[in-house]
Design a protein around this ligand. Structure first.
Ligand SMILES: [Zn+2]
Length: 420
């Protein structure tokens, strides 16, 4: 039975590549979220051909769901003899903007030297196509499954996934009440299983000064100058202390196996207005991107910032700071002995003849919504393509990797959904 299914994946090689190329030719660029309906329908039509019942789920009520840029997700279900176990295969079909430096057409779907090129090839239209053909190979092999397969193509992962996977989780379409396992074929490489990710804390520090004439700065309090000691404290106190943190999570690359902090943006004074004014800057905002470890936790992470601002403010009575939380994503990690992880590991060994590597991602992806909103503990990212290709010019995905990952996913579906 396994051999028959693997044979069907191999036989569908050209079809799989053609379908992924067809998806790449729909420039679903986010922002703003172009051509989502068209792409959802292209996926939906293929799912109907593959025997699924297909629904289009729009993100009603979300501010980014507009007439010009509707947030349209597609979900197909192919029931087995019973509703559960249910494996959900999810891929986002939005892509980041093209950027400079391309030598091929980013939306041409070019195939050359065993690679499929284009924006969104690795991240992650090839992965979504591979997942769909993995499930299809089982059907073509004539295997009737006991459990159920669900496939979704979703929007907006690149901007947080709130109208995509988060929405499907909120309306209960992806939910621990009906869903047992979720595979997200993000580009983590064919022999690596991504178990989760670090936490994210985006915050804004505002320093408040007092406006005055630029010719007499001594009569005001300059908020930009007051931000200086904060940046200095971050550089000399907080960042070195983060270098000493470490996590048991197998984050790749290993340099990200600790807490990190980046200053994403800084804006101050009247610089944003049409003409600059001869004024003492009365406000300055800095936005920080702190990635924290499961071992640190969010409360401790935030408390560090509160304390640091207190310390800096105490050094000079003129300093006044405010802290705003912009986004919090908690770390998530699927245990290595989870049945999905074990099944994928066995399938990788079978197809590639080598042991898989377990990793965690330095950044976040839709796993967070599956874990936190849907409450499903059994979720991993596994798919073709290399993470280094994501968001790059001349992005590509290896065709052998697409086929191999489809074989791995097919064997895993067989194992998890076949008769016990
Ligand atoms: Zn992605």
């Amino acid at each position: 039975m396994m051999d028959r299914v693997l044979h069907e994946v191999e036989a569908a090689r050209d079809e799989l590549v053609d379908f992924a190329a067809e998806l790449i030719r729909i420039p679903t660029v986010n922002p703003p979220g172009d051509l989502y309906r068209e792409c959802a329908e292209t996926i939906g039509q293929r799912l109907v051909e593959f025997g699924y019942d297909v629904d289009y789920v729009t993100a009603e009520g979300r501010p980014e769901h507009t007439a010009k840029h509707p947030r349209v997700n597609v979900v197909g279900i192919r029931p087995g003899r019973q509703p559960r176990p249910l494996v959900h295969l999810n891929g986002h079909f939005d892509v980041v903007p093209v950027g400079a430096g391309w030598t091929v057409d980013p939306f041409g779907g070019l195939v050359r030297d065993g690679r499929l090129y284009g924006r969104g090839s690795a991240d992650m239209k090839a992965g979504l196509a591979a997942a769909m053909y993995a499930a299809e190979a089982i059907r073509r092999a004539g295997v009737e499954l006991a459990g159920t397969i669900e496939v979704s193509g979703t929007v907006d992962e690149e901007s947080g996934g709130f109208a995509g996977v988060a929405h499907l989780a909120e309306i209960g379409r992806i939910s621990s009440d009906r869903t047992d396992h979720v595979i997200i074929p993000e580009p983590l490489d064919v022999d690596r299983i991504c178990l989760g990710h670090r936490g994210v804390y985006w915050f804004k520090v505002t320093s408040h000064g007092r406006i005055g004439h630029g010719s007499m700065p001594f009569l005001g309090v300059n908020a930009i100058e007051q931000m200086g000691p904060v940046l200095e404290a971050v550089r000399t106190r907080l960042s070195p202390s983060l270098a000493d943190t470490s996590t048991a999570m197998p984050v790749a690359p290993p340099a990200a196996r600790r807490g990190t902090l980046n200053i994403n943006a800084i804006v101050g004074g009247q610089a944003g207005e049409a003409t600059q004014t001869p004024c003492v800057a009365d406000h300055c905002e800095a936005i920080f991107d702190r990635r924290f470890l499961v071992e640190e936790g969010f409360e401790t992470t935030r408390e560090q910032i509160v304390q640091l601002l207190d310390e800096v403010a105490r050094e000079d009575p003129k300093r006044r700071y405010e802290l705003d939380d912009l986004m919090v994503v908690h770390p998530t990690l699927t245990p290595e002995d989870d049945p999905l992880v074990r099944s994928l590991s066995r399938s990788i060994e079978h197809v590639l003849d080598r042991a898989p590597e377990m990793i965690a991602s330095p950044g976040t992806y839709d796993h967070k919504h599956v874990a936190r909103i849907a409450g499903i503990p059994s979720c991993v990212a596994y798919g073709p393509g290399q993470l280094e290709q994501a968001h790059q010019p001349d992005e590509w995905c290896g065709i052998d990797d697409m086929v191999d990952s489809a074989k791995v996913m097919a064997l895993t579906l067989l194992e998890l959904l076949a008769e016990p």
